[in-house]
Design a protein around this ligand. Structure first.
Ligand SMILES: Nc1ncnc2c1ncn2[C@@H]1O[C@H](COP(=O)(O)OP(=O)(O)OP(=O)(O)O)[C@@H](O)[C@H]1O
Ligand SMILES: [Mg+2]
Length: 329
């Protein structure tokens, strides 16, 4: 595929959405079996919407990317985070899911089809924000860009307006609606791309490094937004990130890419982040709280490893009020 075609497809990624949505309406109910957070780690076969098996890719300059190892699976409604050092293959994996690349070896299935071959069918059910958002913002104004997909799908004008207004408000970017995307800051562009990805309520959202360039408040707001769209719109998402401290808040299931060696580790955040030494070998840190409590444990404190501030406070309450406060050496 030429780089021009690849860019065009990348641009289309946010602008082509579900044929089903176009024909049945955005609010059409979906069958999401795994809404219970406890069940989101499950992989019942009929719930699987994304499956990647032993994928290998070779770029034209012969750079080989190994995504073999463990299978990569995403279920309906599941919140999945992909971790890995720079160059480990996160973006390459995402490009395969979007059909922007096709593997030399292995299998990629998204909503039951090969996305590289049935590009339109898959793309229409997926919203995406690429790592380089400049590759996908194509509207002359923010409003044009955000409403591109529903207009392309032939939604009535009022419905386009309602959906566009709602998503701009939800992301707090109404004030940007008349701006030329080219002049926006990096963080603003990312929010515009996210609005374009969400405006038609896709079934699967793919975000490549969505926290990059966002200020602390915008990062927290994105976490809140992801929780809201996951539970209210009932969409599954796949997020690649280096922002480890957010992972316990946004993930039901985590995959860690190793570079050579492919997908090396997977499981719930609790499982993955309990393997500090393995993570370090893979160039990934555990969340700061997990690191802190792991050090306490090494020094003899009888603590479990928390992943969130609330869990840490409960654990400290428990340890500091117990009769055996001091570390055992
Ligand atoms: N178009 C390309 N041509 C040649 N090599 C490429 C190309 N795109 C990516 N690569 C190489 O493939 C490997 C995986 O890159 P990829 O962008 O998937 O990593 P990543 O995990 O997303 O990294 P980051 O955390 O920096 O975003 C790297 O070694 C990279 O140099
Ligand atoms: Mg990347």
């Amino acid at each position: 595929m030429s780089s021009t075609e690849q860019r065009a497809r990348a641009a289309a990624a946010t602008h082509e959405h579900a044929k089903r949505i176009a024909t049945t309406g955005a609010a059409a109910p979906r069958d999401f079996a795994a809404r219970d957070p406890a069940a989101r780690g499950s992989t019942a076969t009929n719930d699987i919407i994304v499956q990647v098996r032993c994928l290998r890719h070779v770029y034209p300059d012969r750079t080989a990317v190994d995504l073999c190892g463990l299978d990569f699976t995403v279920c309906r409604g599941q919140r999945v985070v992909v971790l890995g050092a720079n160059g480990s293959g996160k973006t390459t994996l995402i490009f395969h899911l979007l059909g922007l690349l096709s593997p030399i070896e292995g299998e990629v299935t998204v909503f039951g089809v090969n996305p590289a071959k049935q590009f339109r069918e898959v793309r229409q059910r997926v919203g995406v924000v690429l790592q380089d958002v400049d590759d996908q913002i194509i509207g002359p104004t923010v409003w044009d860009d955000v409403t591109f997909t529903p207009r392309a799908l032939g939604w009535p004008r009022e419905r386009v307006a309602r959906a566009g207004e709602a998503i701009l408000e939800r992301l707090g970017i109404q004030h940007l609606r008349h701006k030329i995307p080219h002049y926006l800051s990096g963080g603003e562009k990312r929010k515009v791309a996210l609005a374009g990805a969400l405006v038609t309520e896709p079934e699967l959202l793919i975000l490549d490094e969505p926290f990059t360039g966002l200020d602390p408040r915008s990062r927290s707001e994105l976490v809140t937004l992801l929780e809201a769209v996951s539970s209210q719109l009932r969409l599954a998402y796949i997020i690649s990130t280096h922002e480890i401290d957010f992972v316990p808040h946004i993930a039901d299931y985590v995959y860690v890419l190793a570079g050579p060696g492919g997908i090396a580790l997977s499981g719930t955040p609790e499982h993955v982040f309990s393997q500090g030494d393995r993570l370090r070998q893979l160039g990934v840190d555990a969340p700061s709280l997990a690191e802190l409590f792991a050090s306490m444990k090494d020094r003899g404190w009888d603590v479990d490893i928390p992943l969130t501030v609330d869990q840490a406070i409960s654990e400290l309450d428990r340890v500091l009020t117990s009769s055996e406060r001091k570390p055992r050496r």
